[in-house]
Design a protein around this ligand. Structure first.
Ligand SMILES: *[C@@H]1O[C@H](CO)[C@@H](O)[C@H](O)[C@H]1NC(C)=O
Ligand SMILES: *[C@@H]1O[C@H](CO)[C@@H](O)[C@H](O)[C@H]1NC(C)=O
Ligand SMILES: *[C@@H]1O[C@H](CO)[C@@H](O)[C@H](O)[C@H]1NC(C)=O
Ligand SMILES: *[C@@H]1O[C@H](CO)[C@@H](O)[C@H](O)[C@H]1NC(C)=O
Ligand SMILES: *[C@@H]1O[C@H](CO)[C@@H](O)[C@H](O)[C@H]1NC(C)=O
Length: 513
C-alpha cells in the first residue's frame, strides 16, 4: 500500500479516538488528490474537479426511509462518443483525497484514456461528505451493510444525471458500458457488484474474494516476501515471546515486555498486539519509494550488525530480541509519544477509552470497524500452529471482543457475537465468485492476497485465469501497486504485463495470467 493516509495515522501521536496503533490498519488504496500542476502536465483541459451530490437511498430494502447525499466527481476529458463510464469507489475514506483517480496518473484514468471513457470517483456511504447521520452512534450504523453498499452502485448508475459539459450524453447501463474499479476493499466491492448485477455492469477491475474470520493469512505473504534472515529472527523472537507469555512467571513476562518498552501495559495480549506494528508496516511498502521504508528499516535494525547483514538464518534470538526491542521503543515514541507507553496507547480492555467512545464522524476508523465487526471480520491474528511472525496470544477472540466495546447495543442495533462471514460469502460468491469480464488483480506479496482468488490458504479458490475472467498476479507486488500509474511503472514486472488498453474488451493480455 502507498497510502499516505495510513502512514500519517501510524506516525502521528495518538489522537483521541483515532485508530489505536495496535488495531489493524485499514486496507485503504493509495490516496491521490487532484493537483493542478500534475493535471496541467497531463492534460491542459483538466480543471479542479467539482463535487456533486446524488440522492442515494438510505436503505435499499426500504426506500420509504428516504435518501442522503452521496458525493461524487466526474471527468470527461478523455471521453469519446460511445465510450464507457469508469466508476471508481474510494472505499473506507473521505474520497476528497482520491480525485486524482479521474486522471490517467491512476489506473482508472489510464483505462479511460486508453479507451475514450469518462471517469467517476464515488464516495462510499458513511465516509467523508456522504455520512447519512450526524454521528457514528451504534444505532446510526444500521444502514452500513455490504448489501446497501452494493446496491448503491446500481441505483447510482441507473439514476444519476451525469454533469456532462461537452454536450455528450450517456444513457444508463447496460446500453452504455460501465466498468467498476477499485483496489482493496472497493476492489472486492467491484467484484461483489458485478456478481450481483452481471448484466447491468460491463466489467469489474479489482481484487475479490471471501470474508474470512481467522485471517492469520494476512501475515503469510509478509512471511513469504520479507528477507529470509528477518523472517527467521522474527519467528525466533515471537516463539520466545509466546513461551514466556504462556508459561513464564509474571516477573519473567514483565522483564521480557520491558525489552520492548511495554512493561506498563496491563494485559499481555495488548503487549503482544503491539508487536504487530512491525509486520503491519509491510503493507505500506511502495515500489516507487525504494529503500528506507519502515519495514526495511525494521529488518535492517534486526539484521545488520557492524555494517554486515546476516545470512539467511538471521542473527539469532539474543541479538534480534534486543534490536526489535529498541525498534519497538522508537515505535512507542512515534505512535504514543512515550517510550514506555501503557494502556493509554496500547490498551484495548477499557470500554471508556475514547477509541471506543468517540462517535464523531471525523473518526473514520469507526465505520470500518463496524464493517468488519458485522460482516467481513478479517481478524489479523497469529497462526495457531508452528512458529510465526505474530504472537498466538493475538487470536480471534481477542480481536472480536473489541466489537462490543466499540458498539454497545443501542435502539435494538448491535454487533453479532461472531461475524457471520458465511452469509456474505453465500451471497457474494466467496472463493467461487465467477463472472465474465471480471478482472482480478492481486499482488504476489500483498497481505490481502490471502483473501483473494489468488489466495494460497488451505481450502482457497481453484479459480483459473481465463480470457473472460483474467486473474492477474503482480510479481513482487504488495498492496494496490497497480493503482497509481507511477507506482505501477516503477515495478518492472507490472509494466511488462498489463496494458490498460486491453481492458477495452474486458480482458487483458493473456501473458498476465
Ligand atoms: C496520460 O495522458 C497523457 C496526455 O494527456 C499521455 O501523454 C500519457 O501517455 C498518458 N499516460 C497514460 C499512462 O495513460
Ligand atoms: C447522535 O445522533 C443522533 C441522531 O442521529 C442523536 O439523536 C444523538 O443524540 C447523537 N448522539 C450524540 C452522543 O451526540
Ligand atoms: C538480510 O537482511 C538484510 C537487511 O535487511 C537484507 O538486505 C538481506 O537481503 C537479507 N539477506 C537474506 C539472505 O535474507
Ligand atoms: C512506565 O515504565 C517506566 C520504566 O519502567 C517508568 O519509568 C514509568 O514511570 C512508567 N509509567 C509511564 C506512564 O510511563
Ligand atoms: C466507565 O464510565 C462509567 C460512567 O462514567 C462508569 O460507571 C464505569 O465504572 C466506567 N468503567 C470503567 C471500566 O472505568
Amino acid at each position: 500500500m502507498f497510502s499516505l493516509v495510513w502512514i500519517a495515522c501510524a506516525l502521528a501521536p495518538l489522537v483521541a479516538g483515532a485508530r489505536r496503533p495496535n488495531s489493524p490498519p485499514q486496507l485503504t488504496q493509495p490516496a491521490l488528490a487532484f493537483s493542478d500542476t500534475r493535471a496541467a502536465a497531463l492534460t491542459p483541459t483538466a480543471t479542479a474537479p467539482v463535487a456533486y451530490f446524488f440522492d442515494q437511498l438510505l436503505d435499499h430494502s426500504n426506500p420509504s426511509l428516504g435518501t442522503f447525499p452521496q458525493r461524487f466527481w466526474f471527468y470527461e476529458g478523455y471521453y469519446k462518443e460511445g465510450g464507457p463510464i469508469i466508476l471508481f469507489n474510494a472505499g473506507e475514506v473521505d474520497a476528497s483525497g482520491y480525485t486524482g483517480y479521474l486522471l490517467n496518473e491512476t489506473i482508472t484514468g489510464a483505462i479511460a484514456y486508453a479507451v475514450g471513457g469518462a471517469n467517476i470517483v464515488l464516495e462510499h456511504r458513511y465516509w467523508g461528505a456522504s455520512v447519512p447521520f450526524a454521528n457514528y452512534s451504534t444505532a446510526n450504523m444500521k444502514y452500513l451493510t455490504i448489501e446497501n453498499n452494493v446496491q448503491d452502485y446500481a441505483y447510482f448508475a441507473q439514476n444519476v444525471q451525469l454533469p456532462w459539459a461537452s454536450g455528450a450524453k450517456s444513457v444508463p447501463p447496460p446500453q452504455t458500458p460501465w466498468i467498476l474499479a477499485g483496489g482493496s476493499y472497493p476492489g472486492a466491492l467491484a467484484g461483489y457488484v458485478k456478481h450481483t448485477f452481471p448484466d447491468l455492469f460491463y466489467a469489474s477491475y479489482g481484487t475479490s474474494g471471501p470474508a474470512i474470520t481467522d485471517y492469520y493469512g494476512y501475515f503469510t505473504p509478509v512471511e513469504a516476501g520479507a528477507p529470509q534472515n528477518c523472517t527467521a529472527d522474527m519467528k525466533a523472537v515471537i516463539t520466545h515471546w509466546d513461551s514466556i507469555m504462556q508459561g513464564g512467571t509474571e516477573k519473567e513476562q514483565r522483564a521480557l515486555m520491558s525489552i520492548f518498552g511495554l512493561q506498563n501495559v496491563t494485559h499481555i495480549q495488548d503487549a503482544s498486539s503491539a508487536l504487530q506494528v512491525a509486520p503491519w508496516d509491510w503493507q505500506a511498502l511502495s515500489p516507487a519509494a525504494g529503500a528506507g521504508q519502515a519495514f526495511f528499516n525494521f529488518c535492517d535494525t534486526l539484521e545488520v550488525k557492524d555494517g554486515v547483514p546476516a545470512g539467511p538464518k538471521g542473527q539469532g534470538l539474543d541479538y534480534a530480541l534486543q534490536q526489535w526491542g529498541a525498534w519497538q521503543i522508537q515505535t512507542n515514541i512515534a505512535s504514543c509519544g512515550n517510550a514506555y507507553a501503557g494502556d493509554e496507547c496500547w490498551g484495548s480492555f477499557d470500554a471508556n477509552s475514547t477509541t471506543y467512545t468517540n462517535i464523531d464522524i471525523s473518526n473514520t476508523y469507526r465505520p470500518w470497524m463496524w464493517t468488519i465487526c458485522t460482516q467481513l471480520a478479517f481478524w489479523e491474528v497469529g497462526q495457531t500452529e508452528g512458529p510465526f511472525i505474530v504472537s498466538k496470544l493475538v487470536d480471534v477472540e481477542y480481536a472480536q471482543r473489541q466489537c462490543a466495546l466499540y458498539f454497545p447495543p443501542e435502539d435494538g442495533v448491535s454487533v453479532p457475537a461472531v461475524v457471520p462471514v458465511d452469509q456474505i460469502n453465500a451471497v457474494f460468491g466467496g472463493w467461487d465468485i465467477s463472472e465474465d469480464h471480471m478482472l482480478f488483480v492481486n499482488g504476489q506479496f500483498d497481505p490481502w492476497r490471502s483473501g483473494s482468488v489468488s489466495s494460497q490458504l488451505p481450502g482457497a479458490s481453484n479459480l483459473q485465469s481465463t480470457a473472460q475472467q483474467p486473474i492477474l498476479l503482480i510479481e513482487t507486488g504488495v498492496h494496490c501497486w497497480d493503482m497509481i500509474t507511477s507506482s505501477a511503472q516503477a515495478n518492472p514486472s507490472h509494466t511488462r504485463r498489463f496494458q490498460p488498453s486491453n481492458c477495452a474488451d474486458g480482458g487483458v493480455d493473456e501473458r498476465v495470467g
